[in-house]
Design a protein around this ligand. Structure first.
Ligand code: HGY
Ligand code: MN
Ligand code: MN
Length: 419
């Protein structure tokens, strides 16, 4: 390390970090090895308690905001200065793995604990955030906590969100013990000097290239849509094919149009997924009268994402016209991509070379809370490899060595930013 940190000897307690990741994985709505922790579920609440304990063990001071973002802070010698931030999430979609988000929360706690053990004295405060609702499972919209912190979602829109049982954000956060105005979640301007999130890559590139660290210079822009299709039901034996208005088949055509539009968008980064597809009444001998789909469409560039969406909408309109189906096509979210901050990226790269670790600049195709932190602070992400690029499945895996390297790079990067 160069400059004021040259004598800093940071030792990551890799065994302790791995143990904590494995302990948190056991806090789940599903039996091991499956991890599921949906926002404000009983498992999420137990997971939050685990995070609070881990933060205290790392010697950090805790506060929580009105929607349950948890802030773990190490006050610097000049506490009035904008802080250096890090963090990620611990909520998990159904049938998830144990590393997505968790590495960036528990790993950041360990990074700060290692800096404390090394005798580092930060000028700027260092703060780790456990963001509420990074996953869209509860309300259909991801990154709710960081969107509210960054002010990229209106309080009215957040208040209008409903979960599948019709419960509101206000209902659920009150039941979880959170109060205060949603307006208070927004960060004051310039709150963070910089923000660096540690995360598994959720893709195969680092593993394929045998590179231990990725540094994110661009986060793809996510969008999602909900489609409701109204057809005509009836007896599977009695309604002849020529007179049917089968909502499920219209949905099937739309799902295939999503795949075709992503493949033909002209950009290698366009990805389209129909991850939710429900039909009613759901009886083998009854023609589906209604279908409901949710479409996830992303790209590193807005123009090719827009082209893919136009193709999908056109195909959907044609399929519904031909089949006599009424369609409601509603945008849930359509966010622009984010750029990593060049100076923060350069510091992370310099840290890697100082540690003798190869690094690779990358695009993140998954979205993260950093997508929204980049709206309010110079931001980058540190990626570590994961087995076969797998994520959002129980086979998700990252080695203890890679997790520790990620935490070590994060520690040095945050220290460089905090002096
Ligand atoms: O879907 C995503 O990209 C993130 O993992 N929630
Ligand atoms: Mn995820
Ligand atoms: Mn994640």
């Amino acid at each position: 390390m160069t400059g004021p940190l040259s004598g800093l000897r940071i030792n990551i307690d890799s065994a302790g970090l791995k143990r904590r990741v494995d302990e948190l994985a056991l806090i789940s709505e599903a039996p091991a090895p499956v991890v599921t922790r949906v926002l404000f579920s009983e498992a999420d609440m137990r997971g939050r308690e685990y995070v609070r304990t881990a933060a205290r063990e790392a010697g950090l001071a805790l506060r929580e905001d009105a929607v349950g973002n948890i802030f773990a802070r190490w006050e610097g010698s000049e506490p009035g200065l904008p802080a250096v931030g890090s963090g990620s999430h611990t909520d998990a979609i159904p049938n998830a793995g144990r590393y997505d988000g968790v590495v960036g929360v528990l790993g950041a706690f360990e990074s700060l604990a290692a800096l404390k053990r090394a005798g580092f004295k930060p000028r700027r405060s260092l703060e780790v955030v456990m963001f509420t609702a990074e996953e869209p499972t509860r309300f259909g919209l991801g990154c709710l906590g960081s969107r509210l912190m960054a002010g990229t979602i209106s309080v009215e829109r957040a208040r209008a969100l409903r979960d599948p049982e019709g419960r509101t954000l206000d209902d659920l956060r009150a039941a979880a013990g959170y109060s205060g105005s949603l307006e208070s979640v927004r960060l004051p301007k310039g709150y963070y000097h910089s923000f660096v999130e540690l995360h598994i890559e959720q893709g195969p590139i680092l593993e394929e290239r045998k590179v231990p660290i990725g540094i994110v210079e661009h986060i793809a822009g996510p969008s999602s849509y909900r489609v409701t299709l109204h057809g005509e039901g009836g007896h599977a034996g009695a309604v002849l094919m020529k007179v049917r208005h089968d909502a499920m088949l219209a949905g099937a055509e739309i799902a295939l149009a999503v795949e075709r539009a992503a493949l033909e968008s002209g950009s290698p980064d366009t990805v389209g997924t129909v991850g939710v597809f429900r039909i009613e009444p759901g009886a083998v001998n009854s023609v589906p009268f209604r279908a409901y789909l949710e479409i996830d469409l992303r790209d590193a560039r807005l123009d090719s994402r827009a082209k893919a969406l136009a193709d999908i909408r056109g195909a959907a309109d044609r399929a519904c016209a031909r089949r006599g189906i009424r369609m409601e096509f509603e945008e849930i979210n359509a966010d622009p991509p984010a750029e990593g901050d060049p100076r923060t990226i350069a510091i992370a790269e310099e840290v890697c070379s100082g540690l003798g670790l190869r690094s690779l600049r990358m695009v993140s195709r998954a979205y993260h809370d950093s997508l929204f932190m980049a709206r309010v602070s110079p931001t980058t992400m540190i990626f570590i490899p994961c087995l076969n690029g797998w994520s959002h499945r129980p086979e998700e895996f990252a080695t203890t060595e890679h997790i520790a390297s990620g935490a070590e790079v994060l520690a040095h990067t945050m220290a460089q930013l905090a002096v």
